[in-house]
Design a protein around this ligand. Structure first.
Ligand SMILES: *[C@@H]1O[C@H](CO)[C@@H](O)[C@H](O)[C@H]1NC(C)=O
Ligand SMILES: *[C@@H]1O[C@H](CO)[C@@H](O)[C@H](O)[C@H]1NC(C)=O
Length: 333
């Protein structure tokens, strides 16, 4: 009878005695001192409005009880008597959409009850209680009911440092929204005279742990007129609350004269000139040689009896060959 009232299907006698001692009502909420059911979670956490908070949490069950894969965990807002579920999860189903800002990140059947709250709102300021349901057992862990305190947003977006800019050189400034939320992306906007000629690109970085960070890149080529121009970025959250970054004052200097670049461009022209010149010289030399050989072959055929006068060095071998030839002709006569 007791067993049925507590909804506990375990057959153990000790269990029945234990549960009968701590059973409080027909809704089977057990008291805080039930041996074996323990929870480890921070007693208080603070989160700024529109930001996120992760509440690490683990729980243990008595050794006679083994969690099934279908163990279901719920986080209740307030104490267990209110039954106001804000997040629920079990091994089978992942009803994240039902509770968009509260997410039980832990795997319940492994004893992990960690909770993440995204885009915190003032009304989230409350105690929260973890409740376990598995094979008919329902247990609310009232040892620790973390108190979430929601404060005003004081963190501000940050603009990446860029140092002194050079006129004409493209630059990208990055604005990063505060927090690491998994909720809806805030809108990031830029303000300042330079923004008109800049390209803006907002993007989200997905961190491995399920959190996200939101960024906006402002890309532009500064001119010397942008020197001392002021810029800031503003994050607008889904509830229209905004947060401004600190003001950044651009420092732009003229591009320095670039002797190395000028020199290298002259060098390359000079080298190209040398190469072309060399090709022309080689071509001319080749043509000259061809001409010379042709002319020589012609001469060798046409002038068998002539003996060339000596003294021309370049024609020495030629002359030598001819004289032999001439000699043969003479002996034939
Ligand atoms: C934004 O700008 C930063 C800094 O220049 C760069 O590293 C990053 O890749 C950019 N991101 C996107 C998505 O353009
Ligand atoms: C935020 O502001 C926009 C335009 O000003 C308005 O349409 C929207 O309803 C507002 N949202 C909230 C949550 O107040």
């Amino acid at each position: 009878m007791l067993l049925m009232r507590c909804g506990f299907l375990h057959q153990h006698f000790i269990t029945i005695v234990l549960l009968s001692t701590f059973c409080k009502d027909s809704n089977t909420q057990f008291g805080p001192k039930l041996p074996g059911f323990t929870i480890n979670a921070p007693t208080r956490v603070t989160v700024q409005r529109n930001l996120c908070v992760h509440i690490p949490c683990t729980f243990q069950v008595p050794s006679f009880f083994t969690l099934s894969r279908n163990a279901q965990g719920s986080w209740l807002k307030g104490d267990h008597s209110q039954q106001n579920v804000v997040a629920r999860k079990d091994g089978l189903d992942d009803p994240q959409d039902k509770y968009p800002r509260f997410f039980l990140t832990g795997e319940v059947w492994k004893g992990d009850c960690s909770l993440r709250i995204s885009d915190a709102k003032s009304e989230d300021d409350s105690l929260y209680t973890f409740k376990l349901e598995d094979r008919g057992v329902k247990f609310s862990f009232t040892d620790v009911s973390p108190k979430v305190t929601v404060t005003d947003l004081t963190d501000t977006p940050e603009i990446s440092t860029i140092g002194t800019l050079v006129a004409g050189e493209r630059v990208t400034l990055t604005c990063t929204s505060p927090g690491r939320c998994a909720g809806e992306a805030p809108k990031i906007t830029w303000e300042g005279a330079t923004v008109r000629k800049a390209m803006v690109h907002q993007y989200t970085i997905y961190n491995g742990d399920g959190t996200r960070t939101y960024h906006s890149n402002l890309t532009f080529s500064p001119s010397i007129k942008d020197n001392l121009v002021r810029l800031l970025c503003r994050v607008t959250f889904t509830d229209n609350l905004t947060s401004k970054s600190e003001i950044v004052e651009l420092e732009v200097e003229d591009a320095p004269p670039k002797p190395t670049t000028v020199c290298s461009s002259m060098d390359s022209k000079f080298i190209a000139g040398i190469i072309v010149g060399n090709i022309i010289i080689l071509l001319l030399a080749g043509l000259g040689l061809l001409f010379f050989i042709k002319r020589h072959m012609k001469n060798a055929g046409n002038r068998p009896h002539e003996s060339k006068p000596q003294g021309n060095e370049s024609a020495y071998q030629d002359l030598h060959g001819q004289s032999i030839h001439t000699y043969e002709k003479i002996t034939m006569k």
